[in-house]
Design a protein around this ligand. Sequence first.
Ligand code: ZN
Ligand code: FE
Length: 256
Amino acid sequence: MKLIALPAFSDNYIWLLHDDHHALVVDPGDSAPVLAWLGQHPGVRLDLILVTHHHADHTGGLADLVERTGAQVVGPALEKMPVQARGLQQGDRLDWHGLCFEVHEVPGHTLGHIAFWAHPAPQDPLLFCGDTLFSGGCGRLFEGTPAQMLDSLDRLAALPGSTRVCCAHEYTLSNLKFARAVDPDNLVLREYTETCTALRQQNLATLPVALSIERAINPFLRSRSSAVVRAVRQRDSHAQDDVTTFAALRSWKNEF
Ligand code: ZN
Ligand code: FE
């Protein structure tokens, strides 16, 4: 299986997975980059589209792609899709040419947000997590509560560390700036920042990133660590338990 990040808009990625015959894409906010890639790979047929949540930068290309390719669309059962789609919920499985995707409900950014995890062995597992988990950060809470987002991130963080995390936006460097303000003594974070800065200087994607790295550097996956707890509580007296600390961390990021 080959994994490709197609850039879209200013900072979205439309993930494309293919085996030289069949392709799927994730969250096509725009059809143009997908159609351009398919035009350059005439032997590959787009037959499946995965959607994580209803926002336009993830769904805007659906109608055009369905019309031109006839691809099947699957998305969150709890959200309205602009085209006919099979609704998926927690625990559902989806087979695609021998690869099995597990569906995780991850409310927070939106209420019905889902993520897709699959293991194309012998390659490392893949996670398509939309706007829930970003490298060094997490999605804004537009619809869900801090408790829901913390629970969603906890469940994603429990997946195998070798999982390649495929986020829907290139927000890494700005997230790492905030992460370093929260967690200045984190040496892994410092090294990872250097790696990502070099990648962005060459205009390369910082993604996918191994989940094991995220666990070590992402303050939103480390909101119970003593370093993060100390930094948040110094700033915000409302931060008293896991959920209020996470909420204070998320509002700090909003203002940063
Ligand atoms: Zn979104
Ligand atoms: Fe988005």
